[in-house]
Design a protein around this ligand. Sequence first.
Ligand SMILES: [Zn+2]
Length: 438
Amino acid sequence: MDVCDTLISARWCVPVDHADTVLEHHSIAISDGRIIDVLPSDAARTRYRSDRDCDLPTHVLLPGLVNTHTHAAMTLFRGIADDLPLEAWLRDVIWPLESRSVGPEMVRDGTRLAIAEMILAGCTTYSDQYFFPEISAECAADMHMRAVIGTPVIDFATPWANDASECLRKGADLVHDRYADHALVSSCFAPHSTISVSNDSLSELRVMADQLDAPIQMHLHESTAELETSIQQCGNQPIQHLDDLGLLNSSLLAVHAVHLNDVEIDQLAEAGVCVSHCPTSNLKLADGIAPVTRLQQAGVTVGLGSDSAASNNRLDIMAEMRLATLLARVDANDATAMPAAAAVRMATLDGAAALGLQSSIGSLEVGKRADIIAVDLSPPRSQPVYDAVSQLVHAAGASQVSDVWIDGRQQVTKGELTGIDLNDILRRAHEWPERLQQ
Ligand SMILES: [Zn+2]
């Protein structure tokens, strides 16, 4: 018999392949954090001897969900100001709050809370942008979470850096270089938007990102107010502005991309820009509905993001998956737009591709890293099962995520975090409302 570290056997398995296959009674063999086989369970039992067997008779296995955009530390601001438009929300609430609270302790407590929430909800990879990215990277590495940590790039002084040049230097030293060979953590640069970073800083960013071969992610075409400000400040829309500066290329992840005309959609497609679609945040801030179907038809890869818990208020990619498919239908006026399998692809393989990680994660294939989740379809809300993928997207919720593996290590067992001190994370989170409202 062959030997493997872990053998997971489940009623259904959604590997996310080109044919949208749904396997029944299949097993996944894992060794050294990597998927070494996907095969019928009967055959697996005679072929493999494993150190750990995990039998999931009422569950569906799928690749770990990918959250392509959040600000993890802002989880401490969840529910602090719910009913404001984007600009007033940022200017009157979030920025003043940040100016008196952001620091290593706030970033550590908020990021740890966010990671715990995401892993329990089946998210195994997230992309972040926030101050003190070196603290966020440390949290992700400590908690064994796969993460792309974005260094904020901003012109004015913050508790973390005095100007954009210092942001770039610190990001290169403290995150990019330090995690260059890390198994789970990688880095990118994350200027907030074209209207909050000067041309000189964006040009400096381009040079640094090219030198380090680092990706860039940026809020882009999120609200109509952003577009109007861009016209006033630069004389054109943010996408054209980035193109003029040489930043519209396949290293860019455009976050939101809500307000786009046909020319801009073609520009994104031709440049190989990927999009992070954050449907709940776009609705909550009344930004609008991103033209996801048109983007995909033009050839743009679109992943899903939660945005922060201050503008969502959940870090729940299963919820985003359902909302994305419903909005795509309304936007396209077509009930056949974005079938369930396409929504699962956005939440997994396309999200991985948007972060440049598609060769290592995003599908359950031999050779890929073992980022795997199990969703229990036995509760009443998921019965009966005609179509496991439909159940995942339209009926199941994050509370049905029972087991989670990241890079082969089991992080959730029967709905409980393993190896993470959740009580300590919650105890520290409980202290923040009083501290922030002083
Ligand atoms: Zn954001």
